[in-house]
Design a binder for this molecule. Structure first.
Ligand code: FAD
Length: 457
């Protein structure tokens, strides 16, 4: 009887895991393998927050496998070389893994397939593990992907959904296959103090409690910055600690307008996956160039730094940037406001913002980060590429009492109500009482500069 290898990548869970279940179908033993590949780090994965979260996810996965009689095998090195070494050691003739959609994942799969063929081993690649609907499954006539969200959503929502699979009862792993020690969360240096705990147990707990406590109000409270009522499932989805297919099933089973609104949010994730799968170069290049001549030079560099450090003089922007530094996560509305401020008010290249986000976001991935940045910058799929979010109006609307800002910008905590959003309105001694910078640029000047640049482009 054969011993299959299951290669885990961005799918660190035992529930609803098609490759693991398929491998176990005809086998008594399997090798659940995770490879710490330095080339994944080199293409941008290695941020301290994600390394710490990954360590939690691997520890959880190992524990779940141990509860079922097995364990996780961890190796460090080139994925292809390590998988082949394990295949030889276990005398495996099958490898199962989830399909990946980035350029990196696609080329890794091709290299692996070729190397395994030479070993006389078959590679099975499973769809629908990391997305609800695989990229390319729904396409408009005459194109390989949807460029606009709403028509994509209409088709996406009607796609048949496979049933989520339960976790296997038993997983036996051959003793002969050695494992390295699992990476420790404490080994990641420079982790945000408020980083969430990773892993499948925490992800499932969060899903259950969010559905029962917040889902019904999802539509009304989604943009409420101080209310913080979104699911915060993004890092668990990013690492595959929860299955997107199962999340949709459970949301639909919960039912109601709130759950529908949440499922629509999840569709954005698949939407970006299908764009990037069809246009892999958009992780670095404009999806639709607007001829931008982004500001560079010393002034722009100083403003970029002020934005990164949360001292732009716009309290809502600074609050959000400080949340990012402290938690390695930011509310979606805050991501929109800060990204619009950088690209449209300061007119600084979206790639600079995306790079900074990726250095901190625990859910940071080239698919959703880069394509959301492009959406906001107007170089992506937004049908209104020149819209500019006014940070003061956004603050008044989505943080009407000013509580979100006072929490993250404590030097303004003495300003009550919405006055906290416009500290520059204070005069004389009142103004001097607050150790807070003046705005980097007026909104009128920012808007004038942006419009001028886009017209010229
Ligand atoms: P909820 O509102 O509870 O939504 C549920 C799930 O839907 C999320 O967990 C996420 O998986 C998905 N989702 C919601 N909105 C989006 C969206 N616009 N695009 C893609 N998926 C979405 N999301 C990431 O997962 N990784 C990123 O690197 C990332 N970078 C972003 C950068 C910018 C500039 C912007 C504007 C958005 C970015 N997003 C990113 C999308 C979104 O902000 C986060 O997914 C969301 O804030 C996560 O919080 P939540 O889990 O509470 O979301």
């Amino acid at each position: 009887m054969t011993i299959p290898v299951v290669l885990f990548t961005s799918d660190l869970r035992v529930h609803d895991h098609p490759p693991l279940r398929a491998a176990l179908e005809g086998a008594h033993e399997v090798v659940p393998l995770f490879v710490r590949d330095p080339s994944v780090d080199r293409v941008g994965f290695a941020a301290p927050n994600r390394l710490a979260f990954l360590a939690d996810c691997l520890a959880d996965l190992d524990e779940a496998l141990q509860e079922r009689g097995g364990r996780l095998v961890v190796r460090t090195g080139d994925t292809v070389a390590e998988v082949c070494a394990v295949v030889r050691q276990a005398q495996a003739d099958e490898v199962h893994m989830a399909v990946g959609h980035t350029a990196f994942a696609v080329s890794r799969e091709a290299r692996l397939r070729q190397a395994l063929e030479a070993e006389g081993c078959r590679l099975y690649v499973h769809d629908g593990v990391s997305t609800v609907v695989p990229p390319g499954d729904v396409t408009p006539q005459g194109s390989d992907h949807f460029a606009v969200f709403t028509p994509y959503f209409r088709r996406w929502v009607d796609q048949p959904l496979r049933k989520p699979l339960g976790a296997p009862r038993a997983v036996q792993v051959p003793r002969t296959v050695r494992s390295e020690e699992l990476p420790a969360r404490s080994a990641a240096y420079g982790v945000s103090d408020g980083l969430a705990v990773g892993g499948e147990i925490e992800g499932r707990k969060r899903l259950g409690s969010w559905l029962s406590r917040h889902a019904d109000a999802c539509e009304e409270r989604h943009d409420d910055l101080a209310g913080d009522a979104t699911s915060r499932l993004s890092p668990y989805l990013h690492f595959g600690a929860v299955s997107p297919v199962e999340v949709v099933h459970r949301a639909r089973a919960h039912g109601g307008a709130g759950a529908d609104a949440f499922v629509r949010q999840l569709c954005w994730r698949d939407f970006h996956y299908q764009v990037l799968a069809a246009r892999p170069e958009t992780s670095v290049r404009d999806y639709r160039s607007r001829g931008d001549g982004w500001r560079r030079g010393e002034d722009a560099q100083a403003e970029l730094l002020a934005w990164q450090e949360g001292r732009t003089g716009y309290p809502i922007v600074d609050a959000a940037m400080r949340q990012l530094a402290h938690e390695g996560w930011m509310h979606n509305r805050a991501r929109l406001i800060t990204a619009s401020f950088l690209t449209k008010t300061l007119y600084i290249d979206w790639r600079e913002g995306a790079r900074h986000f990726l250095s901190l976001l625990v859910d940071g991935d080239v698919v959703n980060n880069q394509l959301n940045w492009q959406w906001v910058a107007g170089t992506g799929t937004d049908t209104r590429p020149n819209r500019v979010l006014n940070p003061v109006r956004q603050a008044q609307r989505y943080d009407p009492e000013g509580s979100y800002v006072r929490w993250w910008v404590p030097e303004l905590a003495g300003l009550e109500g919405p006055a906290v959003h416009e500290p520059w309105r204070l005069t004389g001694l009142d103004r001097a009482a607050y150790d807070y910078p003046d705005p980097l640029v007026t909104l009128t000047e920012g808007l004038r500069r942006f419009r001028h640049a886009r017209e010229a482009g």
